[in-house]
Design a protein around this ligand. Structure first.
Ligand SMILES: Cc1cc2nc3c(=O)[nH]c(=O)nc-3n(C[C@H](O)[C@H](O)[C@H](O)COP(=O)(O)OP(=O)(O)OC[C@H]3O[C@@H](n4cnc5c(N)ncnc54)[C@H](O)[C@@H]3O)c2cc1C
Length: 407
């Protein structure tokens, strides 16, 4: 008999959520992560309201680690000539620090009954009437394995090979750089007030991508990102300098001459993989490309996928059928939940990243467009954006509000 029903490899939000729901359902669960927790992760740390709305069972673990809500967002056009101001009303996104948030989710999984192995790298996977996950600390055997090891997930690579899914190239994967300077409460209150407004700048310092400032309690989370093909060709220190100067001029960054670290991480931006299962295997989160190609938001999608994966794993354990065909009910479930949404976002990302000046301009002229734009970018509306036909609206605006300029 195997040691576990399921071994979840990767203890970030996607893996920890999978382990949490699996253990809660009474399954024997091992959760394995190569890092020792608490560990940090390069991220903006912005949670859309859907995380709490759609995963209410995790509320008691997440709520205590929320630093603050952000009540509105300011989206700037590249020239800074146009700005969309959008108030989130009751659907505020939440600010967390990943080191603390991820640890809380890992503890939630442990609390639900998962056995947690940190500082433990999953190095190989053997399928032989079950699955054996090899780690330097010993083998773990199970009926099913879940890959949640981020964009370079070795299990996802095996699955890609088996299902004929090509590796991401530089035009499909992005890199985002971020920094979390401590600015103190006085500066924070003065510059961002109780609203803790989010700032988003398209093409900061000229790079094709966007920059952000997400204010937490006393730290600022500042970053920028774009496709690898762009990021590889820029001078990161120069971009940091330009972006911080822009923020300082607007009063959003204190005086001084800081030297931000060049700290970044990859993120898939081409939408989810067309296959996310193989025999005895399910892939969730970043490793499956479940990230908004427009904003880089991936926490919600990965966590939601983890919850859906557990439903399929339960069925497979009940029937004893662990074939790819049986596990594909997971693939269909996440496709149904947010597959169309990610496809819409991929399409809109092309428009917004190519013509950000125009998109923001239309947002300033058309209140509905403004709402759609903020929703697309931050996923704040319960139920998501799918039904909004944002692209059709954008195209209608091209006719209604002609824009005499490019970019
Ligand atoms: C700079 C930046 C800013 C971002 N901002 C936001 C944001 O504000 N909001 C948002 O929703 N999303 C944001 N994202 C995306 C978000 O960070 C990811 O979508 C999210 O972390 C995905 O979670 P995950 O659990 O799938 O993967 P991860 O969080 O990457 O977790 C993977 C885990 O697997 C472990 N692991 C890797 N290899 C192995 C191995 N061989 N064996 C065992 N363990 C292994 C790692 O240690 C890690 O803990 C941002 C991304 C970047 C890069």
């Amino acid at each position: 008999m195997s040691d576990y029903d399921v071994v979840v490899c990767g203890g970030g939000p996607s893996g920890a959520t999978t382990a949490f729901y699996a253990a809660r359902a009474g399954l024997r669960v091992a959760l394995v992560d190569r890092a020792k927790f608490p560990r940090d992760k390069a991220c903006g740390g912005l949670l859309t309201p859907r995380v709490l709305n759609e995963l209410p069972e995790l509320k008691p673990f997440i709520e205590p680690v929320i630093e603050c809500a952000s009540h509105d967002v300011r989206l700037y056009s590249p020239s800074l000539k146009y700005r969309i101001d959008f108030d989130f009303g009751p659907h505020t996104p939440w600010n967390v620090r990943r080191e603390i948030f991820d640890n809380a989710l890992l503890e939630a999984a442990r609390d639900a009954g998962a056995e947690v192995f940190t500082g433990t790298r999953a190095s190989s996977f053997d399928f032989n009437g079950g699955v054996t996950v090899t780690t330097p600390q010993g083998d773990l055997t199970a009926q099913v394995v879940v890959g949640a090891m981020g964009p370079n997930d070795p299990l996802a690579q095996l699955m890609r090979k088996a299902r004929g899914v090509a590796a991401w190239h530089d035009g499909e994967i992005g890199t985002a750089l971020m920094w979390e300077p401590e600015v103190g409460r006085d500066f924070m209150e003065h510059a961002f007030g109780d609203k803790r407004s989010l700032l988003v700048h398209f093409r900061p310092a000229g790079i094709e991508g966007y920059g952000w400032v997400f204010p937490k309690d006393t730290i600022l989370n500042i970053g920028f990102g774009g496709y690898n093909s762009t990021i590889k060709s820029i001078n990161v220190r120069e971009i940091w300098k330009g972006y911080l100067e822009l923020l300082r001029n607007d009063g959003y960054f204190p005086a001084g001459d800081p030297d931000p670290p060049v700290k970044g991480a990859p993120l898939p931006l081409s939408g989810p993989l067309r296959a996310t299962t193989m025999e005895r295997t399910l892939i969730v989160g970043d490793s499956a490309g479940m990230v908004s190609p427009l904003s880089g938001e991936g926490i919600y999608y990965g966590m939601h996928a983890g919850k859906l994966a557990v439903e399929t794993i339960q069925q497979a354990l009940a029937t004893g059928d662990f074939s790819q065909k049986a596990l594909d009910s997971y693939h269909r479930a996440w496709q149904h939940a947010f597959g169309q949404e990610l496809r819409d976002l991929a399409f809109f990302a092309k428009l917004a990243l190519k013509f950000p000046e125009r998109m923001v301009y239309y947002g300033t002229r058309d209140p509905k467009m403004c709402e759609i734009f903020a929703d697309l970018f931050l996923g704040v509306t319960p139920g998501g954006l799918g039904k909004r036909k944002p692209v059709a609206r954008a195209l209608r605006n091209v006719i209604r509000y002609p824009y005499f300029g490019w970019g």
